[in-house]
Ligand binder design. Structure first.
Ligand SMILES: Nc1ncnc2c1ncn2[C@@H]1O[C@H](COP(=O)(O)OP(=O)(O)OP(=O)(O)O)[C@@H](O)[C@H]1O
Length: 662
């Protein structure tokens, strides 16, 4: 319903409603006629205009485009103009006319436009059905006129329906991941270990005791990650254990450096140096690792460098009984608890057990929380081990000790009141070869003003739009190969690597413990190769012994699940074979990182079935691999072993049957 009647000047002879009506009908007829003509023309006229006409048309189109653009600004009256200018857009109308004629046509079209405007206003007010039709026709003409000639010719169906534009499916733009500044601009660590060794003399803060220890352990220089991270940790404890630099809580430290780059000493050395001067024995450093083997390995390094100091290192990873671990952590004398550990190395499960069930285990003096293999530890956060540790650290804040001057309260919002009493800081130190750049995941760690040390150069605040996964750094001395193969030839290939190519010691990874066991049995039955398996089928004691024998060179081929993929530092592994291609890039990086450690050279082979090739190679390249080469093993090279292999397969079937029967 119209609220206002807009009266317009309609010209001298248009004063009667009858004449207005007849005039609008005449106009409507004219428009219909034009629309029909245009339709016919678009169907019949296929010929290309001569070149001079084309140029003229182009000028004309440009002009029209400019007009169209200006009409897109909110000027409703101008837009109306196009309704009554069908001749302008219709190339056919002006194609054969001289310019003068065109001007004339334009003039008359303008006149028509004025008349049409008045008609339109009238029709809106009156709102009769016939007039709505007229408007529809006029709008159709407008749409047709707005559509470029080419499109009209190609897309207008002969029925005269017009396909409205602007709704085509646009490709969805990928969201760029914007990294927080601390992740986007890390402190850089040199990738090349060998050419960036740092002499001890360039590390002025290092204690003479530790320097001597390092030298005794055959270490003459510091690796780049150690040269960057050790001073950063020492700097945060310059004013003692109780307060950070300038009285502020020290920044948490995250380290992302390749496998075998020496991350363990990057935290062991500064922690020992800071705690060496302590007077009272309390748990001040806690290192959490995902597996027993890794905890054992780190505990060994801590123990080695704490030797000759008063510091006590204790491991709680389930290697011993709970009671034995309890006894090694603390004792009760004269009704008082006394800590027997300064540094605790733990796995998350056993750690939580001690927090909850061992009243002698106290974390209230904890200064360093070291999270090694941090990305893996984030994944195990569902065990809520971190929140339990934090709760245990700030336990005293609610007890009677809360009144003491060095009370600890969980950090919250910074206010003048919250900052006034000195707080013993809890500093987190994170280490990984595949540290995630996903801020959401990192957030779970509750980091305080984190500082990142990384060896990945191409980090920018915005990840590339086609980047679907994190990028990692690969060890410098590593050469990667993939070997196209079939499922049945895989065992032959591994035998070929050891017996013909003499690549041992080989660390071979499978995706399941069943495959590891079958392959182990097969190699045993084939003969000629000293092999062992390493998986959860073995007891912790057996696993420890196996690793030791492998390191001593007694085992040529160690067939393992991912149990030995992370962190395990075995000296002298020349070659890693991915018997089964790993499904995730992190698994691949950790597996191949068991060779080419500490700046040495190493080889990594991945057996790939035809169907796996494309996806696997894409995954590796996207992760930042410097290049993976194709290694073809010719079938004739395996021929000599085939007869024996067939026989072994039968023996294997029997051996498995026997095992099942047992
Ligand atoms: N400065 C050094 N000089 C010589 N050897 C070193 C030095 N630092 C570490 N190493 C040796 O390098 C090897 C790899 O060190 P480490 O296990 O700490 O690597 P990592 O970075 O933790 O590897 P991963 O990510 O696989 O756990 C170890 O055998 C260690 O003894």
């Amino acid at each position: 319903m119209s609220l206002f009647l807009v009266n317009r000047y309609l010209g001298e002879e248009e004063d009667g409603s009858a004449s207005k009506k007849s005039r609008s009908e005449a106009l409507l007829a004219k428009l219909r006629q034009k629309a029909k003509e245009k339709q016919k023309q678009s169907l019949t006229e296929q010929r290309q205009p001569p070149p001079e006409e084309q140029a003229e048309q182009q000028d004309f189109k440009k002009k029209r485009k400019a007009e169209k653009e200006s009409s897109q600004t909110p000027q409703p009256h101008k837009k109306r103009k196009s309704v009554v200018e069908p001749s302008f857009a219709s190339d056919s109308d002006c194609k054969d006319e001289p310019i003068k004629e065109k001007k004339k046509a334009k003039k008359s079209a303008n006149e028509k436009k004025k008349e049409d405007q008045s008609v339109k206003v009238e029709t809106q007010v009156i709102g009769s059905a016939g007039q709505e039709d007229a408007q529809g026709e006029a709008e159709k003409a407008e749409t047709e006129n707005d559509t470029p000639t080419q499109t009209t010719e190609k897309t207008s169906p002969p029925t005269g329906f017009t396909v409205l534009g602007g709704f085509e499916n646009k490709p969805v733009q990928k969201v760029h991941r914007v990294l927080p500044q601390w992740l986007a601009q890390p402190d850089m660590i040199h990738r090349d270990i060998k050419s960036n060794l740092v002499p001890f003399s360039d590390m002025p803060g290092l204690s003479s005791h530790l320097m001597k220890k390092l030298q005794n352990n055959g270490i003459q220089h510091l690796f780049p990650v150690q040269a960057e991270v050790i001073p950063a940790i020492l700097e945060s404890t310059q004013q003692g254990l109780l307060i950070g630099r300038g009285g502020y809580k020290p920044r948490d430290i995250c380290v992302s450096a390749p496998t075998g780059s020496g991350k363990t000493l990057a935290f062991v050395i500064p922690v020992i140096q800071v705690l060496m001067e302590r007077v009272v024995c309390e748990v001040r450093a806690l290192a959490v690792l995902p597996t027993k083997e890794l905890a054992q390995q780190v505990c060994k390094v801590f123990t080695s460098y704490a030797e000759g100091t008063n510091l006590k290192v204790v491991m709680v990873a389930g290697q011993k009984s709970f009671a034995a671990e309890e006894a090694s952590l603390s004792e009760h004398r004269g009704g008082k608890r006394r800590s027997l550990a300064d540094i605790v190395v733990a796995t998350p499960g056993r750690l939580v057990d001690h927090i909850n069930k061992n009243s002698g285990f106290c974390l209230e003096h904890l200064r360093f929380l070291i999270i090694d293999e941090a990305d893996r530890m984030i994944d195990s956060m569902h065990q809520s081990w971190l929140s339990q540790v934090v709760k245990a650290v700030y336990r005293s804040g609610s007890g009677p000790e809360a009144m003491s001057i060095f009370r600890r309260t969980e950090p919250a919002h910074v206010t003048a009141a919250s900052l006034s009493p000195p707080q013993m800081p809890l500093q987190k130190l994170l280490f990984s070869a595949t540290l995630t750049q996903n801020p959401e995941k990192l957030q779970q760690l509750g980091l305080h003003q984190p500082r990142l040390f990384s060896s990945i150069h191409s980090q920018s605040s915005t990840a590339a739009p086609n980047q679907t996964q994190d990028r990692f750094d690969f060890p410098q001395g590593l050469t990667e190969y993939y070997v196209p193969c079939t499922l049945s030839k895989k065992p032959l290939l591994i035998l070929h690597f050891i017996l013909r190519m003499k690549l041992s010691p080989v660390l071979c990874f499978t995706n399941s413990r069943e495959t590891a066991h079958r392959l182990y049995l097969l190699v045993q039955l084939f003969g000629g190769v000293q092999a062992a398996e390493f998986s959860s089928r073995l007891s912790p004691g057996e696993r420890k012994r196996t690793l030791k024998e492998f390191e001593q060179g007694k085992i040529q081929l160690l067939i393992s699940t991912d149990a030995a993929a992370r962190g395990i530092d075995i000296n002298g592994v020349k070659c890693v074979v991915n018997y089964d291609a790993p499904q995730y890039i992190r698994a691949y990086i950790h597996r191949i990182g068991r060779t080419a450690r500490a700046g040495k050279a190493g080889l990594a082979f991945t057996f790939l079935l035809g169907v796996q090739e494309k996806n696997f190679l894409q995954m590796v390249v996207e992760a930042g691999s410097p290049g993976i080469q194709k290694q073809i093993v010719k079938p004739e090279n395996l021929k000599g072993m085939e007869a024996r292999y067939e026989q072994t397969l039968q023996e294997l079937a029997n051996a498995i049957k026997d095992e099942k029967a047992k």
